[in-house]
Design a protein around this ligand. Sequence first.
Ligand SMILES: N[C@@H](CCC(=O)N[C@@H](CS)C(=O)NCC(=O)O)C(=O)O
Length: 218
Amino acid sequence: MIPTITAFERSPDRGQGLARDMRVRWALEEAGQPYEIRLVSFGAMRQPAHLALHPFGQIPTYEEGDLALFESGAIVFHIAEQHAGLLPHDANARARAITWMFAALNTVEPPILELVTVRIVEGDKPWAGERLPLVKERIRHRLEQLSARLGDADWLDGAFSAGDLMMVHALLRLKPSGMLDEFPALAAYVARGEARPAYERAFDAQLAVFDAAQGRGT
Ligand SMILES: N[C@@H](CCC(=O)N[C@@H](CS)C(=O)NCC(=O)O)C(=O)O
């Protein structure tokens, strides 16, 4: 059964691939699985039909027969469990790869998201100027630790896994800030992720959606 995932009708990042449907597209491409996309507007995301799929009114969602999932981490994990290519067979290596998925989502991504909050959502607040350096320090601390663990390896634990997929995508959000370049090993790690053919296919597919919306003027 071909799954259907939801994505923004018009991505706020203008096709930079930062929206979380990108993770799901990437995972499906790594697994060599076809998928369909249902585009949703911000209005439609607040409607009961979408809220029945995603209680928080967000994207991505994943529908496959009777199964409906939300949360990019859970979706990527499901894909990785169903298909070869994203999680090692060895039980311990598999558990470690899953640990990296959680680390990406729970430990590395939260301070990175704070940067978006302080810059964009709270950018006009009187405290934003004081808060920004604190947030950046927290990010740097995490990046130092991550970089130390990665060392000169290509991937976090042996072969590329869903843990790397989630980590690379979480780190990508830092690219425009230039902070990633302070950590050359991590910048190279992200570049390796972006160079994967599966990443490129997923990126092109989400960019095509944005370009088409631009063309329509929607
Ligand atoms: N933890 C969720 C976060 C989902 C999320 O924040 N989605 C964003 C797009 S990347 C969204 O739908 N934003 C619109 C909104 O929250 O109204 C996941 O990983 O799937």
